[in-house]
Design a protein around this ligand. Structure first.
Ligand code: 5GP
Ligand code: ZN
Length: 114
């Protein structure tokens, strides 16, 4: 989508620190990290939120989550533990409406989240 910031990051039209990419997803450092490791994993195709996915997207969603695991191993946080988060919609705290998986780690996470 032409006015979507994450589409532009995936297309490398605006800069980001890309840590992993393949034909389906792109992963890059969050510009405002909330933990020592804070990476966002996005599908290349524009999807506003996880609420817009259905059964036909199951393999894409699985790949997104498994890429989160891969990033955690790559960043050295897999052993200590980490958190995968998908904020969804206004009450979910979503601010960028291109589906993204947060990969957070490198410090203990708290529960419940704010
Ligand atoms: P949300 O609140 O939608 O779950 O998360 C959006 C995330 O995108 C936030 O953590 C925010 O810091 C990050 N973000 C917003 N704009 C940019 C950007 O231009 N570049 C990068 N790398 N991250 C961004
Ligand atoms: Zn987009």
């Amino acid at each position: 989508m032409s006015d979507c910031i994450f589409c532009k990051i995936a297309e490398k039209k605006i800069p980001s620190k890309i840590v992993h990419e393949d034909d389906k997803v792109v992963a890059f450092d969050d510009v405002n990290p909330q933990a020592p490791t804070h990476v966002l994993v996005i599908p290349r195709k524009h999807v506003a939120s996880i609420a817009d996915l259905n059964e036909a997207d199951a393999s894409l969603l699985g790949h997104l989550m498994l890429t989160g695991n891969k990033i955690a191993r790559q960043k050295g946080i897999a052993e200590g533990g980490y958190r995968l988060v998908v904020n969804t919609g206004k009450n979910g705290g979503q601010t960028v409406f291109h589906l993204h998986l947060h990969v957070l780690g490198g410090r203990p996470m708290h529960w419940p989240p704010g």
